[in-house]
Design a protein around this ligand. Structure first.
Ligand code: NAP
Ligand code: NAG
Ligand code: NAG
Length: 291
């Protein structure tokens, strides 16, 4: 009973207050003139995000490996009304490129408001046997490069009260067979970025981190990868891209987008949130917070 009074009631009140608090509404003008990086922007969800951001009047620097693909996307972005649109091609297997890309993009735009991390290395679905090379590559491209880019971007993001947007998957919140390396890299994103979100809270770094948990989306790559091995209703990539941008602009911690409306309720994991809320009290930050 004491436990109930001490913890559960305040938590319940907090949750209710959170869910029913009048939330700010999204307006496309929120992105007008904002300086945004989108990775993996040559096709799929990344390309759709670039198109939406262009219509909203953002400045863009895009990246992926395919120079030809990026060129086409950039021309279309300019037609759609981007304040500016440029690209730098390269591979996120190369951490020096990842870091230098962010610094160059920041120079091109004269600052940075939003870093949208979206690229992944292609991994066909299949049973995991012994392909450590594929596992390492998934971790490097899908996870480590995200951290490298965030580190490079942080000084610029701090200056503008900016945002980091991490595109993840339901496979980064629950287990699926046939995607072990991919799933490991997506879980790693949750562990790392949710942890530094807490640190930013403690150290008063006003940079939001939005983790996006997506179900199956109808991109060419996903439809090809899942064909004959996984069937679920694929949601439209255009709407998916817009939901990510909305959540990012509203500085949400997490965005859920899936064809099944129960997904956010079932995957949001209130047990974890309660544990996180309770355990934060066990930490002492005084010695570590210097500046
Ligand atoms: N589609 C889905 O069903 C689904 C579901 C859940 C989560 N997601 C997440 O949504 C995001 C986008 O997925 P998508 O379906 O839109 O993928 P996609 O269409 O295959 O696009 C992937 C992008 O990443 C780039 N890329 C691939 N390898 C790269 C490398 N080594 N270095 C740099 N860039 C590289 C690709 O361009 P280049 O080939 O030109 O490099 C492309 O622009 C991913 O984070 C994915 O995990 C997607
Ligand atoms: C960042 O947010 C603080 C607090 O709302 C505000 O005072 C400051 O002007 C903001 N800075 C920028 C660059 O928007
Ligand atoms: C953080 O930045 C956002 C966006 O500029 C601003 O609305 C908010 O007031 C800032 N919060 C703090 C605590 O400075």
């Amino acid at each position: 009973m004491a436990f109930m009074k001490k913890y559960l009631l305040p938590i319940l009140v907090l949750f209710l207050a959170y869910y029913y608090s009048t939330k700010e509404e999204f307006r496309p003008e929120m992105l007008q003139g904002k300086k945004v990086i989108v990775t993996g922007a040559s096709k799929g969800i990344g390309r759709e995000m670039a198109y939406h951001l262009s219509e909203m009047g953002a400045h863009l620097v895009l990246t992926a490996r395919s120079e030809e693909g990026l060129q086409k996307v950039v021309s279309r972005c300019l037609e759609l009304g981007a304040a500016s649109a440029q690209y730098i091609a390269g591979t996120m297997e190369d951490m020096t490129f990842a870091e230098q890309f962010v610094l160059k993009a920041g120079k091109l735009m004269g600052g940075l408001d939003m870093l949208i991390l979206n690229h992944i290395t292609y991994t066909p679905m299949g049973f995991f046997h012994d392909d450590i090379h594929a596992l390492r590559k998934a971790m490097e491209v899908n996870f480590i490069s995200y951290v490298v880019m965030s580190v490079a971007a942080l000084p610029m993001l701090k200056q503008n009260n900016g945002s980091i947007v991490v595109v993840s998957s339901m496979a980064g919140k629950m287990s699926h067979p046939l995607v072990a390396p991919y799933s490991a890299s997506k879980f790693a994103l949750d562990g790392f970025f949710s942890s530094i979100r807490k640190e930013y809270g403690v150290t008063k770094v006003n940079v939001s981190i939005t983790l996006c948990v997506l179900g199956l989306i109808n991109t060419e790559t996903a439809l090809k990868a899942t064909s004959g091995v996984f069937s679920a209703q694929a949601s439209p990539k255009e709407e998916c891209a817009l939901e990510i941008i909305k959540g990012a602009a509203l500085r949400k911690d997490e965005v859920y987008y899936d064809s099944w409306s129960w997904t956010p309720i079932l995957l949001a994991n209130p047990g974890r949130k309660i544990m996180e809320f309770l355990s934060i009290k066990n930490f002492v930050f005084d010695k570590l917070v210097s500046s």
